[in-house]
Design a protein around this ligand. Structure first.
Ligand SMILES: Nc1ncnc2c1ncn2[C@@H]1O[C@H](COP(=O)(O)OP(=O)(O)OP(=O)(O)O)[C@@H](O)[C@H]1O
Ligand SMILES: [Mg+2]
Length: 459
């Protein structure tokens, strides 16, 4: 491969105007996995998250032409098909695969999640006879596997029988009967039949959006094949990829929300940005003369300042960056040891995760020592302030591990109708009283703390 060259993958599929499935999902997947994405459009669909209200098929000769244009210029290292719509289009694709010989993943899409038909009934036979024998991998879901194999699938043993039948009768090298619609509430098993052997690719069943999972999964397999991975490795990597795409999805539309293939890049990128941004604030905090002033505000349990990835990506404390070993008071100054890391704060991170439920812009917080004088200057500065008496915490909240912090934040939001700048709690037996300062960024949090110190100093 030449300097700066990337493998080329192609999607031969339909366009979903809602941006969730089809070519949109495939190109996001290709981009996230570091291959150059190319496309041959088979049909335009007027579609959103809950319905397909129109389909406009592309003439089959033009599908062929798109593949040829790409092939002649840049080669195709691997391709996948999605919605093929009709027999003529299937034949056009089969002809291209025969002429150019690229490895092909067939996602035998038949019906959209919303119920719309994406493949004519008469075209199923064409798919079986003319395209599948040329495929390296086929990825039917439960219903498609039933249609292709004639086996009714109720459990994993049925899925194995169907996978073997498809490989044997249709001549596909590797068959994956996907487990999205099989298995239990907590586990998903994709049944893979490859080189005469059955393998189970099993993961937890994650919560999230699933419109376009099949598209993105088959695109991910094609991307790994284009990069030169063996078939089984490509399937396993694609499965891991799709887990992130489902679990870090975001809600859009009123129907079945889409997977987020870009999450694979976004999460690491946002964690890195959060680390970098927090590191800059720590630099400010630990320089003179601020460091000495801040030292006066460090409580017995020490301080931490945290920064979360954006709300739609944040699922737990491992998505919040904090200071390892906390911000400590040492010889009248604040000190930090080490670079900001994800998952090192539990307490302050959980407060931010809770605050984000009410206001997605609040991504940072710091805990400081409780002081009546600080509350007084906060009021004088016109900051929003909630003071929570922990003795009012109901027994049923106290008795549940981890329920106290959400309760404090909820009380504050109930009092003020918003996440406050400062949330003070007056402590309880064995609980040091504390003030938490919230803001959109670590710098904004620190600015608020500096305002408090400056105002207190001038009183
Ligand atoms: N909730 C889930 N948790 C983990 N993995 C899942 C989940 N739902 C689907 N998958 C995985 O996503 C991939 C796609 O499977 P699925 O059975 O949903 O395909 P599909 O029905 O063709 O999807 P689509 O409706 O988008 O066409 C498979 O690898 C499957 O194991
Ligand atoms: Mg599908």
């Amino acid at each position: 491969m030449k300097k700066w060259e990337l493998p080329v993958a192609m999607t031969i599929a339909g366009v979903d105007s809602g941006g969730g499935a089809g070519i949109a999902a495939d190109l996001k997947t290709f981009a996230a996995l570091g291959v150059h994405g190319t496309l041959a459009v088979t049909a335009l669909t007027a579609q959103n998250t809950y319905s397909v209200i129109g389909i406009h098929e592309v003439p089959s000769e033009f599908v062929e032409l798109q593949i040829r244009a790409v092939w002649e210029d840049m080669n195709i290292d691997a391709a996948k098909t999605g919605m093929l719509s009709s027999s003529p289009i299937i034949r056009a694709v089969a002809k291209s695969v025969k002429s150019y010989g690229f490895p092909l993943v067939v996602d035998p899409v038949m019906i959209a999640k919303s119920g719309a038909k994406l493949l004519a009934d008469e075209a199923i036979e064409t798919l079986k006879k003319e395209l599948l024998p040329l495929a390296m991998v086929v990825t039917p879901n439960r219903f498609e596997a039933e249609v292709l194999s004639g086996v009714k699938i109720g459990n994993l043993v049925d899925a194995e029988v169907a996978a073997k039948a498809i490989a044997r009768d249709l001549g596909v090298k590797a068959v994956i009967v996907k487990g999205g619609h099989i298995g239990s509430e907590s586990r998903v098993v994709d049944v893979v039949y490859i080189n005469g052997v059955i393998k189970h690719v099993e993961t937890e069943r994650v919560e999230g959006c699933t419109h376009g999972t099949g598209c993105s999964f088959s695109a991910a397999i094609a991307a790994y094949l284009a990069k030169g991975y063996p078939v089984l490795d490509s399937i396993i990597e694609a499965k891991n990829f799709i887990l992130t795409a489902i679990s870090r999805s975001y809600i859009v539309g009123k129907g079945s929300c889409p997977v987020n293939p870009i999450a694979y890049l976004e999460l690491d990128a946002e964690l890195y940005r959060a680390q970098k941004t927090l590191a800059e604030t720590l630099e400010r905090m630990t320089s003179e003369p601020l460091s000495r002033k801040l030292a006066e505000l460090v409580p017995e349990v020490q301080s931490n300042i945290v920064y979360s990835v954006p709300k739609y990506l944040a699922r737990g404390i491992s998505d919040v960056v904090g200071v390892p070993g906390r911000v400590v008071k040492y010889l009248d100054r604040v000190r930090v040891f080490g670079y900001p890391q994800p998952g090192v704060s539990s307490h302050v991170a959980r407060l931010v995760l809770e605050a984000m439920k009410y206001d997605s812009t609040i991504r940072s917080a710091m805990n400081i020592k409780y002081g009546e004088d600080l509350l007084k200057v906060a009021r004088e500065l016109g900051m929003s302030l909630a003071v929570i008496d922990r003795r009012e915490e109901p027994e049923e909240v106290k008795s549940v591990e981890g329920a106290s912090l959400p309760w404090i934040v909820r009380r504050a939001v109930e009092q003020l109708g918003r996440v406050p700048d400062l949330l003070a709690d007056t402590g309880d037996i064995g609980k040091e009283p504390m003030i938490r300062v919230f803001g959109r960024t670590p710098d904004e949090v620190l600015d608020k703390v500096v305002k408090l110190i400056t105002k207190r100093g001038s009183l």
